[in-house]
Write a protein that binds this ligand. Structure first.
Ligand SMILES: *Cc1c(COP(=O)(O)O)cnc(C)c1O
Length: 469
């Protein structure tokens, strides 16, 4: 180490000395000594590295101390707050996996808060005064809503599919159409789940065409079940075909093979009037005779992350008896949010109460009215911001209906002298962050996915932009 460097490093105040600093003492009294000490050591080590990396500049001890305190305050702020934060989703993608998919309804939030903050009858039968089962809560509601024999809930739909295959087909063959061997964002691959479950994959047909006779030919004495997968975010278009559900049901009955269907989204209400005509409803599959279905709780159903498994009693009980069910089960928070969400469906109140369903149903007119009001509020004060309302498309997201969008009105934002990239970054740096879309070098805001309570924040952030410059 050079003479001058060791001299510089000696200027760094000691931890003991810093612990006498009034600002450090204030932070300690707000939190704890070990917490602040930990941050202080991080700051000092950072400064030591920077000085060693070598600027020729001379520092006095008090200059360095000032630096340390300044950085300590920043670190303190950073570590005193949660990292998982609320964002304002102005992208128009309703179920964005990166933004936590479905926002919970007020009813789900209220129930969640109550159950989370107190004791509950999670596994206690109040009538009998003895041990109960946590499965009962979602089961009774799904029996009503889906008209199914039984339903159980696990951590997510990936876990649901894994558990079904492991329980019903470990060491045996599963027939699946080659066109359904899909990967769903975030590297969820049907063949990988199958392999890990211990089931053996038997591909049937070709990528774009699978006939009943292909299934017929693949059957052998190791065949245990037939799996059908809704190819959520993937479409083979053009020259394609696969057997219809009733055809496959009839085929499975004839060969005494259970038919399992992974529906992906779990669209509990008919969204055809809103242009979503390629999302199968769980009720329809069960009615058609599928033995066991599974779907996500936080996609089109609009509830918490969960995997729902529903169907015939004997199969569901077999799945439930699998020791892995215990490893994949959900906690009381999920159950509470799920019950809160399902009660809305039971009362047919989902259109008003479940945010994702409400957002899908918003009319273009109502979005345009809000967009106009927003533009008026900002433009009145801000001649430097150019706001325009243009036609656009909202997306369902969450791996659903890849081609179908919902017509919407977008607010395009232009700020004089600011590239779209920098404008998008500015919005993202707000607190809470505003997440926008960029298309053709335009920053676009879709109010379909913005809660009306957040519109004031949006206006404020855009107004501040002009004050800053
Ligand atoms: C989304 C999806 C899954 C995975 O569901 P998660 O709840 O995210 O685990 C599985 N299968 C299909 C068809 C899907 O669309």
């Amino acid at each position: 180490m050079s003479e001058s460097l060791s001299q510089v490093l000696r200027q760094i105040p000691s931890v003991d000395r810093l612990l006498d600093n009034s600002e450090v003492l204030a932070l300690i009294s707000e939190t704890s000594r070990p917490f602040v000490l930990n941050l202080l050591r991080r700051v000092l080590s950072g400064i030591r590295h920077e000085l060693a990396a070598g600027t020729e500049k001379e520092y006095t001890e008090s200059q360095i101390e000032k630096q340390v305190i300044e950085r300590l305050r920043l670190e303190f702020e950073h570590w005193s707050r949660p990292c998982l934060v609320k964002v304002v989703n102005a992208t128009g993608v309703i179920l964005h996996t990166n933004f936590g998919r479905a926002p919970l309804s007020q009813q789900a939030q209220d129930h969640l808060r109550l159950i989370a903050s107190d004791y509950s009858n999670l596994e206690f039968d109040l009538a009998r005064g003895s041990r109960g089962k946590r499965d009962l809560f979602p089961n009774r509601l799904f029996q009503q809503i889906l008209t199914c024999e039984q339903a159980i809930v696990v951590n997510n739909n990936a876990a649901a599919l894994f558990l079904i295959l492991n329980s019903l087909a470990e060491g045996a063959e599963v027939l699946i159409s080659r066109g359904e061997l899909i990967e769903i964002g975030d590297s969820f691959r049907i063949p990988d789940i199958l392999k890990k479950s211990g089931a053996l994959l038997r591909e049937v047909g070709t990528t774009n065409k699978t006939k009943l006779s292909d299934y017929e030919e693949a059957i052998n004495d190791k065949t245990r079940l037939v799996l059908r997968v809704h190819p959520s975010n993937f479409r083979v278009v053009g020259f394609t075909s696969r057997p219809s559900l009733p055809e496959l049901v009839e085929f499975c009955e004839r060969h005494s093979l259970p038919l399992i269907e992974d529906l992906g989204s779990g669209c509990l209400v008919n969204l055809e009037p809103f242009g979503i005509d390629d999302e199968p409803q769980p009720q329809t599959s069960l009615e058609s005779g599928v033995d066991v279905i599974c779907f996500s709780g936080d996609k089109l159903m609009g509830g918490p992350q969960a995997g729902i498994i529903a169907g015939k009693t004997d199969l569901i009980f077999k799945i439930r008896r699998n020791p892995l069910f215990r490893a994949l089960r959900v906690d009381k928070l999920t159950l509470a949010a799920l019950e809160g969400t399902l009660l809305s469906y039971l009362k047919h109140r989902e259109a008003e109460e479940v945010p994702s369903v409400r957002m899908i149903r918003l009319s273009v007119d109502s979005i345009e009215r809000r967009a106009n009001a927003l533009v008026d509020r900002i433009s009145a004060r801000n001649p430097n911001l150019k706001l325009k309302i243009i036609d656009g498309t909202s997306m369902i997201g969450g791996g659903s209906t890849p081609e179908k969008g919902l017509p919407t009105k977008l607010v395009s934002v232009e700020a004089a002298g600011l590239s779209s990239g920098r404008l998008e970054r500015y919005l993202r740096s707000a607190d809470p962050a505003v997440l926008a879309r960029i298309e053709n070098h335009q920053v676009l805001l879709d109010l379909r996915t913005v809660f009306t309570e957040d519109e004031d924040h949006l206006v404020e952030v855009l107004q501040k932009l002009m004050c800053q410059r």
